[in-house]
Design a protein around this ligand. Structure first.
Ligand code: SAH
Ligand code: SF4
Ligand code: F3S
Length: 504
């Protein structure tokens, strides 16, 4: 324990039984209000406040000196990026990162609630954490991320995993320093989860994982409420960062030598809708493309809000890449209607046509759910035919997983599990076939590859990505790491390409 920690403990250490009870009572009154999915559903018109004055409380600035942290991240890029923010906060408090969970003084699980198996992984990990806590009672264990926003999960952790020191939600990340302080000096579990979204906090520190590729949030939350999806409940209402704040962050990344940024939001096409002036994703990209950073991506798009202006801006090319991830979820208009996707099969195909007309080389990828409640064989066949019609080169495919609190979870579902599994297999083999055809087309072509480092499988091979996000392996000098170089493709597998550096 360092001097500051001792001092803090002096200040807050309970001395008498009464004092302990009072602290407990205070804690119950102030920090524990269970998350509430019904409240999380309400959308208020109230403007979101943007704060530029975040600071780590003074008494926490050296609390982590000589201490370590470990964060395990589950889920999407948004969670990965939240982890970078929490890592930034912890390092400003003096903590250093370790690669082994067992060696850490603070362990955080940044969780995902999108499907049941995502949650099961976290509960499995909690089983492993119990002996770690037993061996070292001073270690602080925290659960955060989307699962913390679910009331059922919070109750289960409180009852079955009482060794957890703190649970905090996706809207409470900026409170990590004070939550950590409470957890250190309090006997009871610290729980702070707001059902209502918080404001936008602009100047949180970030410890980015990479030096070449960076994530930039452009908006938070989702207002679409697709009937199967938990995200609008766990991430709150749509709220956009101001364009100038996004532009400044990208400029800063460019100054730091980053080669690629990915703009993040659950539904990036809704960017700007909540701003008090007329401005959308197309306008933002039109400004960002003028920054001298080689590659700009964005994810995830929603077909409903993909407007013509955006297509026109994307068609200008340059650092705006011609890869669009455009989740369709199903090829059946009936299923799309009960999913509340707000687009039909025809709407989607018309949009794809428009995009291809202006961006002839575009690569389209997607997300698909099979086995939505009572999906028929014919409806599933419509999904297969849509996959063929669009020519997706990749798709993330999932079996529908009921999420407590969402409308679809209450619906009776007659489709047997083995039928759903068969559908998933058929879909995957079609997608894989299309992926291989797309990869084969690259043989003989020269593509620009951002070399990221050694291949995971072979340290003598370098690996990187093309503009259209294809993994390329090649043998070349390690001095090329961080560069964008021309590579001639010599052969192709389903998920990766192999090639040679073009030197002349
Ligand atoms: N905001 C993005 C993606 C959100 S989650 C979008 O709207 O496209 C990523 C993917 O998980 C979704 O596109 C969907 O295909 C899948 N997904 C979401 N909820 C699911 C559920 N309950 N069961 C199975 N898959 C789900
Ligand atoms: Fe979920 Fe639909 Fe929002 Fe995507 S658009 S996050 S699938 S509710
Ligand atoms: Fe999972 Fe939350 Fe992302 S539920 S997919 S981590 S927004």
């Amino acid at each position: 324990m360092n001097e500051q920690q001792k001092h803090l403990q002096q200040l807050v250490k309970p001395t008498t039984k009464e004092h302990v009870e009072r602290l407990q009572q205070l804690h119950d009154e102030t920090t524990y209000e269970p998350p509430n999915l019904k409240k999380a559903r309400k959308r208020l018109k109230k403007d979101v406040d943007i704060h530029y004055d975040f600071e780590i409380p003074e008494d926490m600035r050296q609390i982590g000196d000589n201490q370590t942290y470990y964060i395990r991240t589950y889920g999407c890029q948004m969670n990965e990026h939240d982890t970078e923010v929490m890592a930034g906060l912890l390092s400003r408090m003096g903590y250093t990162e370790v690669s082994e969970m067992r060696e850490a003084d603070v362990i955080l699980l940044n969780t995902c609630a999108i499907r049941e198996n995502a949650e099961n992984k976290v509960f499995g990990e909690l089983g492993h954490l119990k002996p770690i806590k037993k061996e070292n009672p001073d270690v602080i264990i925290g659960i955060c991320g989307c699962m913390s926003q679910e009331e059922g999960v919070v109750h289960r952790i409180m009852q079955k995993h009482p060794f957890v020191d703190m649970i905090f939600g996706t809207h409470n990340i900026h409170h990590l320093p004070s939550l950590l302080k409470e957890a250190m000096f309090q006997k009871a579990m610290v729980v702070e989860v707001w059902s209502k979204e918080g404001d936008i906090i602009e100047n949180l520190p970030k410890q980015r994982k990479g030096k070449l590729k960076a994530w930039v949030n452009i908006m938070y939350g989702c207002d679409k409420f697709c009937t199967y999806c938990i995200v609008p409940y766990t991430r709150g209402k749509e709220r956009s960062r101001l364009p100038e704040d996004v532009i400044e962050e990208v400029k800063q990344l460019q100054r730091e030598g980053y080669k690629e940024v990915t703009l993040l939001g659950q539904n990036v096409n809704a960017y700007g809708k909540d701003l008090p002036f007329d401005y959308g994703l197309g306008n933002l990209l039109d400004e960002l493309r003028q920054i001298d950073i080689p590659r700009i991506r964005f994810t995830t798009s929603h077909p409903r809000d993909f407007d013509d202006h955006l297509i026109d801006v994307l068609a200008k090319g340059g650092n705006l890449l011609d890869h669009i991830h455009l989740p369709v979820q199903s090829g059946s208009s009936d299923i799309l209607r009960v999913m509340a996707r707000r687009h039909t099969r025809d709407d989607y195909l018309t949009l794809v046509k428009k995009i291809k007309a202006k961006m002839p080389d575009v690569t389209l990828t997607t997300d698909i759910i099979v086995g939505f409640p009572n999906e028929t064989d014919e409806q599933f066949e419509e999904t297969l035919s849509l996959v063929e019609a669009v020519g997706f080169e990749h798709a993330f495919t999932f079996i529908y997983s009921p999420r407590e609190g969402t409308p679809a979870a209450r619906w009776q579902d007659e489709t047997p599990e083995n039928v759903k599994k068969e559908r998933l297999q058929r879909l995957n083999s079609l997608v894989n076939k299309q992926s291989k055809v797309a990869m084969d087309r690259y043989i003989g072509e020269v593509v620009d590859v951002l070399i990221e480092g050694e291949s995971r499988k072979d340290p003598n091979v370098l690996a990187g990505y093309t503009k259209r996000n294809k993994l390329v392996n090649l043998k070349a000098s390690k001095s090329l790491i961080g560069e964008i170089v021309p590579v001639r493709i010599t052969h192709a597998k389903t998920w990766s390409l192999y090639g040679e550096l073009v030197t002349e």
